[in-house]
Design a protein around this ligand. Structure first.
Ligand SMILES: Nc1ncnc2c1ncn2[C@@H]1O[C@H](COP(=O)(O)OP(=O)(O)OP(=O)(O)O)[C@@H](O)[C@H]1O
Length: 362
């Protein structure tokens, strides 16, 4: 038996004939920040709701410290959930909202008040205790919702897109606060988000789901540098994916054949690669260079510029090969200016063999 804090074992959830979560296995260590990502409808919220006890599991087990908690009611699970919609009570004051969870646990009034004020203080809301909820900003309400969960001192907090209603600036500020709180309190966070930056900046482990299953779970660095499946690479975006067949190994590098020509790739991370095997070659946008004529690196492919998007000091360049493969490139704006190219222009995209990452497709 695993010594994980919480384990999901072969969890399945169906609604009639529709499968929302399918044979999902995950171990969550105590005190870690787990971010769950995936396309809309892949089962993220359903998984979180099953953890909270808001949904029954169709089959499989949820274990806490090795003990099965499938049938444990919500109030005994001690895994409160924070939603995007907050669900605060507008007719109660800020303090009364925070006290609410303690009231449900039968804690006496003076103790409830003391603990609620302590948490409001910790979250920078000490001066707002007697205000009504509709006199607060979005970010302040979000903090009240957090305080209401944290006041019960749970060891696990479930968060379903808690920052998605906030503007970009406030969201970044709250990300810093959430991470600090999680670290200081040593609470396990299971955090569902659509935001790559939230997941990658805060989480110890990022879980990418697809159609009710886990495609990959790993450290942010692992997922970013070594996507395990073409789905993960595509979901993260910003990479180019070339479908290839492995050919002869030459001086340490594999030669890969694709409809866009032959490419070399360092296969040291992929020691079992054999001739004839199908593989996806993934090249990150920041590893590709663009020149007018090429002749810069061992791997090259001629492309047409399809579009450009300016993001601050960076430019995302969308290219397409003659065979129709999408090639994504990220350049510094000054390099883009030096290139002096327009949509429709012909360019050469190039990268070094060691900058490609291979995914086994067989
Ligand atoms: N109560 C329900 N009855 C029927 N189907 C449901 C129910 N709740 C969820 N589903 C379905 O289960 C699947 C997973 O839904 P879920 O809400 O978990 O996805 P999600 O990954 O959280 O999506 P999003 O990112 O859009 O919030 C979807 O196909 C959804 O339509």
């Amino acid at each position: 038996m695993s010594d994980a804090h919480i384990s999901l074992r072969s969890i399945r959830k169906t609604y009639g004939s529709a499968v929302a979560v399918d044979d999902l296995n995950l171990d969550i260590e105590e005190g870690k920040f787990i971010a769950i990502m995936g396309p809309s409808g892949c089962g993220k919220s359903t998984m979180l709701r099953m953890l909270a006890g808001l949904e029954d599991v169709t089959s499989g087990d949820i274990l806490r410290e090795g003990a099965r908690i499938n049938e444990l009611p919500i109030w005994e699970r001690e895994m409160p959930m924070v939603w995007q919609s907050l669900a605060l009570f507008p007719f109660l004051s800020v303090r009364e909202n925070v006290e609410f969870g303690l009231r449900m646990n039968g804690i006496k009034a003076s103790e409830r008040q003391r603990r609620a004020l302590e948490w409001l203080e910790k979250l920078g809301l000490g001066d707002f205790a007697n205000r009504s909820i509709n006199q607060l900003s979005g970010g302040q309400r979000q903090r009240v919702a957090l305080a209401r969960c944290l006041v019960t001192e749970p060891s696990v907090l479930l968060l379903d897109e808690p920052l998605s209603a906030l503007d970009a600036h406030l969201s970044v500020q709250m990300q810093g606060e959430l991470k600090r709180l999680q670290r200081e309190l040593g609470i396990t966070f299971v955090y569902v988000t659509h935001s790559h930056s939230e997941a990658f900046s805060m989480a110890d482990t990022v879980v990418i789901m697809n159609q009710g299953r886990i495609e990959q779970a790993g450290s942010p660095e692992d997922i970013y540098l070594r996507p395990a499946t073409p789905f993960v690479a595509e979901f993260l975006g910003g990479s180019s994916i070339f479908e290839c067949t492995a050919r002869a190994r030459k001086t340490g590098d594999f030669v890969l054949e694709s409809i866009d020509g032959a490419f070399k790739c360092d296969a040291s991370e992929f020691p079992d690669l054999e001739e004839g095997q199908h593989t996806s070659l993934i090249v990150r946008a920041d590893q590709i260079s663009v020149t007018a004529e090429g002749g810069w690196a061992e791997n090259e492919v001629r492309c047409k510029v399809i579009g450009e998007e300016f993001v601050g000091a960076l430019v995302n360049l969308r290219l397409e090969t003659a065979a129709g493969t999408a090639v994504n490139v990220q350049l510094q704006q000054r390099d883009m200016q030096a290139l002096d190219i327009e949509v429709g222009a012909g360019v050469t995209a190039s990268w070094h063999p060691e900058d490609g990452h291979l995914i086994n497709n067989t």
